[in-house]
Design a binder for this molecule. Structure first.
Ligand SMILES: Cc1cc2nc3c(=O)[nH]c(=O)nc-3n(C[C@H](O)[C@H](O)[C@H](O)COP(=O)(O)OP(=O)(O)OC[C@H]3O[C@@H](n4cnc5c(N)ncnc54)[C@H](O)[C@@H]3O)c2cc1C
Length: 348
């Protein structure tokens, strides 16, 4: 059994940013991440050495913590490519092109993908504090604190920070069980974007740019409904990505057929079939989404729900992006939540 003051469960952006904060304040902590990689919803496909975002791709000007983090780590920030016409596909497959507003114009990307930010945070923390492949399955109370168990280790801590979506945290067995109102409140926090899927289409040439298209587009026919250029800041391979409009169950049941339809759709909208087409379906990822997230809606009002402010007398604190008061759900919200938890821990 290992002992620590603060145990962080989850090595996505919120967990890593908190680890970095505690390290800088000289506090005692350990972090357990279930997957064999850090980043959680931040994930990339690597094609010919270039990273392509399969989760979040953008942050925005008015997000101070993302600006500070990219500056601190010396990451290159560039604007979403948006020069050129947009395309719109009707229900019958007719494609119109024309001048129009690229919906993500002005949004900011990170050279090397969002994983560059994850890697920077992970590198800033001593490696012996971060543990991959450790899924917490049980958390119990002890006389002096809390004990978390994975199938390999048991760690006793003073406090546990659940830096993972509250719905995903419900897969953990709590002993004693959490009261009904807390379970209900956790189940009510929708995990931002967890029900979504993205196709990433890579090409040797940005033929749409050569044809005067921005790569931005919309479709009423599908399978993809919203498209954006996803190429690296400079050089190739080039890419567009599209959010899939089909619901999670349809996607799971008709994956191959849908991928063929997506290939044809890219040719209709942008003039060529991709060299490689990669599907990232977050709804099927049980460390991100639960069945409740298969129905996606608009951006909820986030922040720490009153019922979840004092779990086990403050021994358990929720800390994913969804706990962010002002930017909940976003990357900025993950940094906000980490800062908020850091403040709570310092207050004792
Ligand atoms: C398709 C998509 C597009 C998005 N686009 C944007 C965007 O453009 N801009 C933006 O700002 N935001 C976007 N988001 C949201 C953004 O990804 C999240 O706000 C952010 O990544 C959340 O970070 P987090 O650390 O709070 O949670 P997560 O990234 O979900 O991290 C939680 C971590 O906990 C781990 N975990 C789960 N269960 C356990 C367990 N039992 N034991 C140990 N570890 C566990 C998981 O493996 C994961 O690594 C997007 C999300 C998706 C899915």
């Amino acid at each position: 059994m290992m002992d620590t003051d603060v145990l962080i469960v989850g090595g996505g952006l919120s967990g890593l940013a908190l680890a970095d904060e505690l390290h800088r304040k000289g506090m005692d902590f350990q972090l357990l991440e279930a997957r064999d990689r850090f980043g959680g919803r931040i994930h990339a496909a690597y094609v010919n050495g270039a990273a392509f975002d399969l989760g979040p791709a953008w942050f925005w000007q008015e997000q101070p913590r993302m600006a500070a983090a990219t500056k601190r780590f010396g990451l290159t920030v560039f604007e979403q490519f948006s020069a050129g016409d947009i395309v719109a596909e009707g229900q019958n497959g007719n494609v119109r092109r024309g001048a129009g507003f690229a919906s993500m114009a002005g949004s900011l990307r990170i050279a090397g993908g969002m994983t560059a930010l994850v890697n920077a945070f992970a590198t800033a923390v001593p490696a012996d504090r971060l543990h991959l492949g450790q899924a917490v399955t049980e958390i119990s109370q002890s006389k002096t604190g809390v004990i978390a168990r994975t199938d390999r280790v048991s760690i006793s801590a003073n406090k546990i920070i659940l830096a993972l979506p509250p719905r995903v945290a419900q897969a953990i067995t709590f002993d004693p069980a959490l009261p009904a109102d807390q379970c209900e409140a956790m189940g009510n926090v929708a995990t931002w974007m967890a029900g979504h899927a993205k196709y990433l289409a890579t090409y040797d040439k940005a033929h749409w740019r050569d044809a005067g298209l921005s790569g931005d587009g919309q479709s009423r026919r599908g399978p993809m409904v919203e498209f954006h250029d996803a190429s690296p800041q400079s050089g190739g391979p080039y890419a567009v990505f599209g959010f899939v409009g089909f619901d999670a169950n349809t996607r799971a049941a008709h994956r191959d057929e849908m991928t063929q339809m997506a290939t044809d759709q890219l040719e209709r909208l942008f003039g060529a079939k991709p060299r490689q087409l990669i599907l990232q379906d977050w709804a099927q990822d049980t460390l991100t989404a639960t069945p409740a997230d298969h129905i996606s809606g608009g951006h909820p009002a986030y922040g720490r729900p009153p019922a979840l402010t004092n779990i086990w007398d403050g021994r358990i604190i929720l800390g994913s992006s969804e706990m962010g008061q002002s930017f909940g759900g976003f990357l900025e919200g993950a940094l906000e939540a980490a800062q908020d938890v850091g403040n709570l821990l310092r207050q004792g």
